[in-house]
Design a protein around this ligand. Structure first.
Ligand code: HEC
Length: 175
């Protein structure tokens, strides 16, 4: 290859690389917010597995008859996590007949999420802004996972296993 054609190739490559670097949406700047949302999604997934596993294990091994309810322990735990500034969790009803009147969808996100979960979705999320800060709100399905659920919740009697009777909702800061 002649010297000037090598130079031409090098120049061409240089221009190509510059072009790629200047393409909109390719820089790290635009990737950052999505990466933060993805990290928060992963964190929420871990918490969802942790809380659901804990509640099911407590119900399986420690709950005799109709007391004590693992949901009550969960609510005490979530109150502490909120007080410590970590995250917010709520266990809400999707049947229209909760044991505790306050355990229902209270805001627009939760109401919309319950509809989607009853429609067949396993989880839904949304990025929201509050006081200039961003949060990821998530709702995940709570199905009838074992027969014992029905002993305290008679309204689950005819609900097939796996079908949604409620949801866990999460609010995590996006950092
Ligand atoms: C020992 C009784 C008991 C068992 C077993 C039980 N629950 Fe509950 N559950 C409760 C009580 C009591 C509450 C309300 C707690 C509160 O808000 O203080 C509750 C609350 C809930 C709620 C929130 C809506 C509502 O009804 O208030 C959901 C959803 C729920 N339970 C699902 C389940 C599932 C799923 C299972 C099976 C894994 C289950 N429960 C097993 C007693 C029980």
């Amino acid at each position: 290859m002649k010297m000037h054609s090598v130079r031409g190739v090098v120049l061409g490559l240089g221009l190509l690389l510059l072009g790629v670097a200047l393409l909109p949406g390719q820089g790290t700047k635009t990737d950052k917010p999505d990466a933060a949302v993805e990290r928060t999604r992963k964190q929420t997934k871990m918490l969802d597995d942790l809380y659901k596993t804990a509640i099911v294990l407590i119900t399986e091994h420690y709950v005799k008859g109709d007391e004590p309810a693992a949901a009550v322990a969960g609510k005490l735990l979530w109150k502490e996590m909120k007080a410590k500034g970590h995250h917010e969790v709520r266990l809400i009803d999707a049947t229209g007949d909760p044991l505790e009147a306050g355990n229902v969808a209270v805001d627009e996100f939760e109401k919309a999420a319950i509809k989607e979960i009853l429609g067949g979705k396993a989880s839904v999320d949304r990025v929201v802004e509050k006081d200039g800060k961003k949060f990821l709100r998530t709702a995940t399905i709570v199905p009838v996972v074992m027969e014992k659920c029905r002993s305290c919740h008679p309204n689950y009697k005819d609900v097939p296993k796996g079908k949604a009777i409620g949801a866990l909702t999460y609010t995590l800061p996006i950092e």
